[in-house]
Design a protein around this ligand. Structure first.
Ligand code: ADP
Length: 592
């Protein structure tokens, strides 16, 4: 057992790792280190020595300074006011930190994660006499314009309500009392390293619609699923994560900026609060929590930021919401593990990463899932982690470890980026292990033939890749006509379908029914062309079809459906004309 409040002293300081004697903590107890009371966490106990990773800069801290063990693990404050907040890695609101000390974050400043003075109107839904237990919903507050924040009984607490009252309260006031003596407030603390309890995980059979064609159609992620976006510098990881934050049909977004350069995070911090939620017109921040832990902040706090983020996501999941958590980038977290591990003089694994790299990553991704909760609600946390391998080399340990864990892999490709093909998702290396479990949803909600069309389109793209070598040797003109059609159809799929401009007002989001219609139209061109070839129409003529080129612009049209119909009608007309011009034997076939 740890002895709460016991004071020891610093024995040794090695960067973010501090060795302490004179305390008897438990693993992962929070301790305050040195005169300045820097926050840290116990990560190893060796006999009378405790090893602490410190979440703040340790320079100038000396042996002999005092250390206090709080006896408590690192927790997050969970209650109304999380949404719209911007936190550092240990849930300190950046705004409050800035007010307290200007632009340079001083050390040892302890501020609560939630505003304890703000007044919320509590609307009770439970009554005196109701039996409640872990996560039971007892009422709600309107947290932002479109989001109700359900107030839940903290996990582990149960009893019969003896008193409950509605009205205006701050989060420290008691809103309900149980016969067990427990007094409930609108918030509670939860240890961030522990997953919140659930009844069971549900099958991943509902997609998280992203509105990004290459993702939804070819490599879909399920609600509650896990995905990784690996890519070298500048391949579009951040743009993709922003697109998901803006457009995915999650109720809320938790964005963990973990160890990215300060200026990149500054872009997010500046851009996000200005963005509008396309679904409601309200500010996007109304349904967003940002956790900003930049590369100039101490590395140990990266780990805390990841756990804090996922704990908040699980909390809203327990209310029955669908959450998308983006972590940008998990490589920076892995680098922090490497640094701490080397300070601990542990036996290094591949490329200096600790042997437990993989198990830590998988414990994190395992907290994703669509679940049935203790209060009967269903909710989900989908986790999308960016991975930044040096030089875009996917064989490095973090990418490889991630690849073994996640079910969706959106591989960003430097060559595609050089060709300005965006999103630079390589359709040959990427995969989704959810495709099959999501097929019934797409068949029911988009098109009964969805999966066969997707297979057809992917088949064309794969054949194109196989033909590339021959084309480079002898040129496309030397190929048989049907293969030339295939190459043209593949080009159309790449340019008209796969490429999607995140910065274009219309193209930035494409709903699944439009994705399907676009594929249909490209497939129609393919089928018509094969048909025309079979009746003797020369390939050169087929390639000059106007409707084919008009199709290029449809994705940018606000009146997408009407424009697509026009192109389809035009294509039908052009085909009929070409058939008519073809030799008489073929005319017979047309009239059949
Ligand atoms: P990373 O985070 O991988 O370093 P970014 O996300 O910052 O890369 O992307 C680099 C650049 O690539 C962007 O500034 C933008 O010009 C371009 N880009 C990436 N994805 C898209 C997209 N879907 N549409 C248009 N441009 C894109």
């Amino acid at each position: 057992m740890s002895e709460q409040g016991k004071t020891g002293e610093i024995f040794r300081v090695a960067g973010p790792v501090v060795t302490v004697t004179g305390i008897e903590p438990r693993m992962f107890d929070v301790v305050f280190v040195g005169e300045e009371k820097l926050m840290g966490e116990v990560i190893q106990i060796i006999k009378e020595k405790s090893i602490i990773q410190v979440y703040e800069d340790t320079s100038g801290i000396r042996p002999g300074e005092p250390v206090t063990d709080t006896g408590e693990p690192l927790t997050a404050e969970l209650g109304p006011g999380l949404l719209t907040s911007i936190y550092d890695g240990i849930q300190r609101p950046l705004e409050v930190l800035q007010e307290k000390m200007g632009d340079i974050i001083e050390r040892g400043v302890n501020v609560p994660g939630l505003d304890h003075e703000k007044i919320w109107t509590f609307n009770p839904t439970a009554n005196v006499g109701d039996k409640v237990s872990s996560n039971s919903i007892i009422g709600w507050v309107q947290e932002s314009k479109n989001i109700k924040h359900y107030i839940m009984v903290p996990p582990g607490v149960s009893g019969t309500i003896t008193d409950i009252k509605g009205g205006d309260f701050n989060i420290d006031e008691i809103i309900a009392t149980l016969d067990s003596g427990d007094k409930l407030k609108m918030y509670h603390n939860w240890p961030v390293r522990n997953p919140r309890p659930i009844v069971e995980k549900l099958a991943p059979d509902i997609p998280l619609i992203t509105g990004q064609r290459v993702l939804d159609t070819f490599f879909p992620i399920a609600k509650g699923g896990t995905a990784a976006i690996p890519g070298g510098f500048g391949t579009g990881k951040t743009v993709t994560e922003h697109q998901l934050a803006k457009w995915s049909d999650a109720d809320m977004v938790v964005y963990v900026g973990c160890g990215e350069r300060g200026n990149e995070m500054a872009d997010v911090l500046k851009e996000f609060p200005e963005l509008e939620d396309p679904q409601t017109g309200a500010p996007l921040m109304d349904r967003t929590i940002l956790i900003a832990n930049t590369s100039n902040m101490p590395v140990a706090a990266r780990e805390a930021s990841v756990y804090t983020g996922i704990t908040m996501a699980e909390y809203y999941r327990d209310m029955g919401y669908d959450i998308a958590l983006m972590a940008d980038s998990t490589s920076r977290w892995a680098e922090a593990m490497r640094e701490i591990s080397s300070r601990l003089e542990e036996m290094p694994g591949e490329e200096g990463y600790p042997a437990y790299l993989s198990s830590k990553l998988s414990a994190f991704y395992e907290r994703a899932g669509r679940v049935s909760g203790l209060n009967g609600k269903e909710g989900s946390v989908s986790v999308i982690g960016a991975v930044s391998p040096q030089g875009g080399d996917f064989s490095e340990p973090v990418t490889q470890a991630t690849l073994r864990i996640v079910k969706v892999f959106w591989a960003l490709d430097t060559k595609l980026r050089e060709r300005r093909h965006f999103p630079a998702v390589n359709w040959l290396n990427s995969y989704s292990l959810y495709s099959q479990s999501l097929d019934p949803w797409f068949s029911e909600n988009v098109d009964p033939d969805w999966s066969s069309k997707v297979k057809w389109a992917m088949g064309v793209l794969q054949k194109e890749a196989e033909l590339q070598e021959i084309v480079q040797l002898v040129g496309a003109d030397a190929l048989p006509d049907d293969q030339r059609v295939l190459l043209e159809v593949a080009r159309m799929l790449r340019e008209y379908f796969l490429q999607q401009n995140a910065f274009h007002d219309v193209d930035t989001f494409c709903k699944p029914s439009r994705q399907e219609n676009l594929i249909n139209c490209i497939k129609k061109f393919n089928d018509d062309s094969m048909d025309l070839l079979s009746v003797g129409v020369p390939i050169t003529k087929i390639m000059t079809m106007k409707s084919k080129d008009d199709l290029a612009k449809v994705k940018y049209e606000p009146e997408f459906d009407a424009e697509l119909k026009k192109v389809m009608d035009c294509m039908m007309g052009e085909c009929t004309d070409m058939r008519g011009d073809a030799e008489p034997s073929s005319k017979k076939e047309v009239s059949k």
